[in-house]
Ligand binder design. Structure first.
Ligand SMILES: Nc1nc2c(ncn2[C@@H]2O[C@H](COP(=O)(O)OP(=O)(O)OP(=O)(O)O)[C@@H](O)[C@H]2O)c(=O)[nH]1
Ligand SMILES: [Mg+2]
Length: 348
């Protein structure tokens, strides 16, 4: 028996379909209108992803067990990188372990960790690694020769080495914040704040420096620009006699002058204040800014760097908010972030 559908029925069905689509589009438009998009920019290593992780911990549910298992491997890989880096630098500086036995241990650790199964080797060798990394020779070498930031991270990893390499190890939130893993491309984090949906776009540092790339993000609700204060003595990747902090200033100028961002408020996080504070005791700020006449006292140095960034914005500093941060410190980031988001909502 054939089905008899009249032209009237078909028209009704088409109308219903069209209405459903229109309703869906309207719901998406309303959702989009309530979604506040914040674009995170800054050079590689500035601390963008660390801040994004904080947001997940503070405003969402944090990290599920599956993700923690992935981080366990990343933390362990950070140990491999750290130990190979120290042994390499010791060799360059002609520093040796005091006994033949320790020299031999260092030699075999290096060989095994350079192999393709380093993730397994690092666990197998945990006892020798614990012996080697607790040696005074190695600790003194790090304190004397290594960059303050690398030194700080290595001490943290080596102190926790036996825990991290044990079978039952599950990374803590703090381990996840401390670990180094470069972002490739873009990560988007959705979270809720004061009844609004926020989308945080965490972009890898290499994209930040490509001006052409910025056009993908025109008219975002706000820019969160992160700078590593501690990069004032790191040699610039592009310009001789410049430092990474100069590179950050130049990218910041490009971003703040970019037409597509003219209406967006800019929140500047002068980050890694803890490393900056330690570094100032060893390395004067004049290595980056020979015209700096102040002391190497933390607050004065911060104000000077802040004024350098403010002057990049000419007479548009009214859309700038500045915070001096340590992205690994959850309680302080919670309050800085919430006040930053409130500023974004005010101006959205
Ligand atoms: N001590 C300290 N370490 C920090 C701070 N902020 C970030 N870090 C560490 O610095 C490293 C790099 O941070 P990321 O957040 O991965 O940097 P990023 O800006 O996302 O870098 P890319 O993904 O390469 O663009 C990580 O090991 C972090 O734990 C800080 O304020 N203090
Ligand atoms: Mg990142």
């Amino acid at each position: 028996m054939g089905v008899n559908i009249s032209a009237h029925d078909m028209e009704q069905a088409a109308r219903r379909r069209s209405k459903t689509i229109d309703d869906g589009l309207e719901a998406e438009r309303l959702r989009q209108a309530r979604t506040v998009k914040v674009l995170m920019l800054g050079l590689s290593g500035a601390g963008k992803s660390t801040l994004a992780k904080q947001v997940r911990m503070i405003h969402e549910k944090g990290f599920a067990d599956k993700e923690k298992a992935l981080y366990r491997e990343i933390v362990r890989q950070n140990i491999v990188t750290a130990i190979l880096g120290v042994l390499h630098e010791m060799e360059i500086h002609g520093i040796q372990f005091p006994t033949e036995e320790l020299k031999q241990t260092a030699h075999s650790i290096k060989d095994r960790l350079k192999s393709s199964d380093s993730h397994k080797a690092v666990v197998d060798m945990r006892h020798s690694l614990a012996v080697l990394t607790s040696q005074k020779t190695l600790k003194d070498f790090m304190d004397t020769y290594l960059d303050v930031e690398i030194c700080q991270l290595n001490h943290y990893l080596f102190r926790s080495l036996e825990k991290i390499l044990s079978d039952s190890y599950a990374p803590t939130d703090y381990d996840i914040l401390r670990v180094r893993q470069r972002t490739t491309g873009l990560n988007e984090i959705l979270f809720h704040f004061k009844g609004f949906e926020f989308k945080l776009c965490d972009v890898d540092g290499h994209c930040t420096v490509k001006k052409k790339w910025l056009q993908n993000f025109e008219n975002v609700s706000a820019i969160l620009f992160t700078v590593a204060l501690s990069s004032y003595d790191a040699r610039s990747k592009d310009q001789d006699e410049q430092t990474e902090l100069h590179d950050a200033l130049s990218v910041f100028t490009t971003v703040s002058e970019y037409d597509g961002f003219r209406k967006s408020p800019i929140i500047l996080f002068l980050n890694k204040k803890d490393i900056f504070q330690q570094k100032l005791k060893k390395v004067p700020l004049t290595v980056a800014f020979p015209d700096y006449k102040g002391t190497n006292e933390f607050n004065e140095a911060c104000l000077f760097v802040q004024s350098k960034f403010e002057s990049c914005m000419g007479d548009t500093t009214d859309r700038l908010t500045v915070h001096i941060t340590n992205a690994t410190d959850t309680p302080s980031i919670r309050s800085v972030f919430d006040s930053s988001l409130a500023v974004v909502l005010d101006q959205a």
